[in-house]
Write a protein that binds this ligand. Structure first.
Ligand code: FES
Length: 100
């Protein structure tokens, strides 16, 4: 099918962490999908305290940003979950807005 997702289920599970807590998902899913599947609907807040998480799911809104392995400002919806990945909450979008 043309234009279909490149996601191919493998059945293999991989483990990562979010704020030190275990996150587990099947290979090929995005960080945002793994966080959502683990029961998280938001993983950061704006400066005003509003919760943010997965919104557009296509890399446009930057609501989903996280820190991954020490690199801030990563869009969780665009990055596949990898074994051992250390994910943390990130206020990068707000920081970037402040720098504009
Ligand atoms: S959910 Fe919008 S950029 Fe990730």
């Amino acid at each position: 099918m043309s234009g279909a997702s490149e996601y191919r289920p493998t059945g293999r599970r991989i483990r990562a962490s979010f704020e030190g807590e275990p996150v587990e998902a099947e290979t090929g899913v995005s960080v945002a999908a793994a966080l959502t599947a683990s029961g998280r609907s938001a993983w950061r807040t704006t400066r005003e305290g509003s919760p943010r998480g997965l919104f557009c799911g296509i890399g446009v809104c930057f609501d989903c940003i996280v820190e991954i392995d020490g690199e801030s400002g990563q869009r969780a919806c665009m990055i596949p979950l990898r074994e051992g990945m250390e994910i943390r909450a990130d206020g990068g979008a707000d920081r970037m807005e402040g720098e504009a």
